[in-house]
Design a protein around this ligand. Structure first.
Ligand code: XMP
Ligand code: MG
Length: 179
């Protein structure tokens, strides 16, 4: 599988340290509060699995699956809900957990949608951040590792559905997606 990889960008050790640090902050900030963590499928599942086990307070965990309308290679900002949460978030604090924030359009839309359901707060935690591509002005409260404008796979992130199971964040060889 590693034959498609140009190089490892973020090691497993660094990712583990980040999950631990963010988990500690979230546990402190939400102590004594009712928190619903919403993992965004599919990309967010590995990071959330790591993060959730570093959170030391009781939380509700739920999942959403969203996809951009239109051209799948560009974020349109209008998201279609493939799977919604089952949890009633009214009167509770919400933390959205994503793999990566790129243009920010997807998360922006998701935050606005969730806010219509009467939560006490809606915040964002993303494992990776590509600030160079940002279009929407979204506030990422628990910000992950900044990466350059490269297409990455692994740690939940895919190319054409594959490579989510690579443990590190890796830069894909250009020849793979230029084909
Ligand atoms: P926004 O709306 O912030 O969307 O542009 C973020 C979503 O775009 C996908 N994305 C990537 N997926 N490698 C990937 O596998 C990348 O380098 C990458 N950059 C953005 C991802 O699905 C994320 O949820
Ligand atoms: Mg995604």
């Amino acid at each position: 599988m590693m034959e498609v990889i140009e190089r490892v960008l973020i090691s497993k050790g660094e990712l583990d340290r980040q999950a631990e640090e963010l988990g500690r902050r979230i546990s402190e900030d939400y102590a004594g509060k009712e928190l619903v963590i919403i993992g965004v499928l599919k990309g967010g599942f590995i990071f959330l699995a790591d993060l959730a086990r570093k959170i030391t307070i009781p939380v509700d965990l739920d999942f959403m699956s969203v996809s951009s309308y239109g051209d799948s290679s560009k974020s349109s900002g209008v998201v279609k809900i493939i799977k919604d949460v089952d949890t009633n978030i009214g009167g509770k604090h919400v933390l959205i957990v994503e793999d990566i924030i790129d243009t920010g359009l997807t998360l922006n839309h998701l935050v606005e949608l969730l806010k219509t359901r009467g939560p006490l707060s809606v915040k964002i935690c993303a494992a990776l951040d590509k600030p160079s591509k940002r279009k929407a002005n979204v506030q990422v409260d628990y910000k992950g590792i900044e990466i350059p404008d490269e297409f990455v796979v692994g740690y939940g992130l895919d190319y054409a559905g594959k490579y989510r199971n690579i443990p590190e964040v890796c830069i894909l060889k250009k020849e793979i997606y230029m084909k």
